[in-house]
Design a protein. Structure first.
Length: 587
């Protein structure tokens, strides 16, 4: 039983003393809701005018002019993004039909504010992940629950929140506005547009944190998501619904692979989402310009939380992008989402955790840093037909230091994903771009997510490249090589040159199948290395006027039979002779 000193007290503030009949109703309401032992007192406050304010602990029932206005603003807030043609009648209808509601707001007090973190007292029923609203209009999210206070990360300028200011619960978790109108737009982590093109008309809110689809709700990953990059589509195919990590040192072409993959989705009914985390505004602007120039923004959404944004926005940005992706996936669409990059995401989360005074673990990261990324990447899936059959393919990007894939964050994400594309600095600076390391890269979905035509054309490509790289190491100091070894080295080096591909130039499945067929047929054996790029483009143009019927013979859903392969090789040899590509190859 509660002692007198611990009794809850209800305080009624008003300018004049309430009549007895109203006072009895107030007392009855308080005792029925908070218990018979709740004390009740009236406090005179002439500043409230005709309204009243009832406070019971942290619960506040505000029927002052300010409180009723706040209720009405909340009521019409959802109409902000409605089309201009309907806003006036909707507002008029809202004004006519609106009636004040009796509900309690739980209000607390800010204890401290520093570095984007606020500690708050008085919100005893606040839950983890709940959105709080500060009296300055700034929103925050609960991230730390202690016995007598809570820690909150702020989404906005922390200078607008001061010690002693009021903060109230909203009862809602962080959400992201979603809708078809987001396609082609650049928005921040809260869904607000940053491209200067006005508001985005959204249809609903989705929570940024959402459980991943269960096993029953998924189906096997067996449809290819073509990147247009010969190295990847041939040896490390990506399926719709897969999570394929792109990993490598700084400035080795990680973002270039993601952007080329987005460009290759043009006309394939795939919605692309690019999430920029902790990047310079100039870099994001340049990327958007490139996508716009090549027509890719017509099916792409860019979500950005830049290097100058608070760590809290960098923390929620990938979850916000994922919520957008889930909206389209559950409507039956195929979605490609790029997280660039999760290294900066982990650093932002570490900064928040240290400011919230959580115990640091390995490399000062908090103990739940693995869960940080696992609950994000597990949401990528290929939904069952009963759920609409949509898919969301994730391409997370991680930056390594000096090629160390065994570091903490890289190993965490490698264990979560379905494979990784490892970009090697040595290959990049030697001119091999994309600089994919064949030995360390892998797709755990494999040929299940590859077209039959490409699968039949790949043959022993990966084995040949692995043998070449191994042989190259052992023979680099040897000057006297037998003819067989020299031929194998020439063949392997020719394959490496074949796999070189400029940016913004994705290849079709037909082009990839043809190039692999002629390469594995040793057609390039006597083509000078520096002319292989010209041979590739020239031969593809040659096919268009010399043998256009090949398009009907090389179909993605059918194996390329021996006769068709022989025809391709014969065409390549004929082109090599007529175009003058034969010659001595310098080893």
């Amino acid at each position: 039983m509660t002692s007198n000193s611990e009794k809850r007290t209800a305080k009624l503030y008003s300018a004049t003393a309430p009549k007895k009949e109203y006072l009895d109703r107030f007392v009855a309401f308080v005792k029925s809701k908070y218990g018979e032992d709740t004390a009740f007192v009236w406090v005179k406050d002439v500043s409230l005018g005709n309204g009243f304010r009832l406070e019971v602990g942290a619960h506040i029932y505000d029927w002052t002019e300010k409180g009723l206005l706040s209720q009405f603003q909340t009521h019409i807030h959802a109409l902000r993004h409605t089309a201009d043609s309907t806003i006036i009648p909707l507002l008029q209808d809202s004004v006519d039909s609106w009636t004040p509601q009796v509900f309690a707001e739980e209000i607390g007090e800010v204890l401290t504010v520093s570095d984007g973190i606020a500690t708050v007292a008085g919100l005893e029923h606040a839950v983890y992940g709940e959105i709080l609203l500060f009296d300055s209009g700034i929103r925050g999210m609960v991230q730390q629950l202690d016995r007598d206070k809570i820690g909150c990360i702020l989404f906005g300028d922390s200078e607008q929140v001061v010690q002693g200011s009021e903060v109230k619960r909203t009862g809602k978790t962080a959400g992201m506005p979603v809708g078809d109108a987001f396609i082609g737009r650049v928005v921040d982590a809260l869904g607000s547009p940053v491209d200067g093109r006005g508001d985005v008309l959204f249809t609903e809110y989705r929570p940024i944190e959402h459980p991943a689809p269960g096993i029953i709700d998924r189906q096997s990953v067996n449809e290819p998501l073509e990147t247009g990059i010969l190295t990847i589509d041939s040896m490390f195919p990506i399926g719709r619904g897969q999570r394929e990590l792109i990993i490598g040192d700084r400035q080795t072409g990680k973002t270039a692979i993601a952007v080329d993959t987005i460009l290759n989705q043009k006309g394939k009914d795939v919605i692309c989402i690019y999430v920029a985390i902790g990047q310079k505004a100039s870099s994001v602007s340049q990327l958007v310009e490139n996508l716009t120039l090549r027509g890719a923004m017509e099916y792409t959404i860019v979500v950005t939380a830049g290097a100058g944004d608070p760590a809290s926005l960098q923390y929620i940005a990938p979850y916000a992008g994922c919520a957008l992706g889930e909206y389209f996936m559950e409507k039956g669409h195929d979605v490609l989402i790029v997280y660039d990059d999760l290294s900066k995401h982990a650093v932002a989360y570490r900064a928040l955790s240290l400011l919230l005074e959580r115990s640091p673990g390995r490399e000062a990261y908090p103990g739940d840093v693995f869960y940080l990324h696992s609950r994000l990447l597990e949401r990528a899936a290929h939904l069952s037909e009963a759920r609409g059959g949509g898919s969301m393919t994730a391409l997370p990007i991680v930056e390594t230091q000096s090629g160390d894939v065994s570091a903490y964050i890289p190993t965490n994400i490698i264990s979560i994903t379905d494979g990784q594309i490892f970009l090697e600095s040595g290959l990049f600076f030697s001119g091999q771009r994309p600089a994919v390391n064949v030995g360390l890269s892998v797709s755990r979905v494999g040929s299940a997510a590859q077209t039959k035509a490409l699968r039949s054309a790949v043959g022993t490509l990966r084995l040949d490249l692995s043998q070449y790289r191994e042989m190259e190491v052992f023979t680099q100091f040897s000057s006297d090589l037998d003819e067989g070894t020299q031929n194998r080295l020439t063949y392997g080096k020719g394959l490496m040159y074949l796999l070189r591909q400029p940016r913004y130039a994705p290849l079709s499945q037909f082009a990839q199948t043809v190039l692999l067929t002629l390469a594995l047929g040793h057609v390039l054996q006597d083509v000078p290395f520096e002319r292989i790029a010209a041979f590739k483009s020239g031969f593809l143009d040659y096919i268009e006027h010399a043998a256009p019927e090949l398009h009907a013979l090389v179909k993605p859903d059918q194996k390329v039979d021996a006769d068709v392969k022989a025809q391709i090789i014969e065409l390549a040899k004929r082109y090599k002779e007529t175009a003058g590509f034969s010659g001595d190859v310098d080893g």
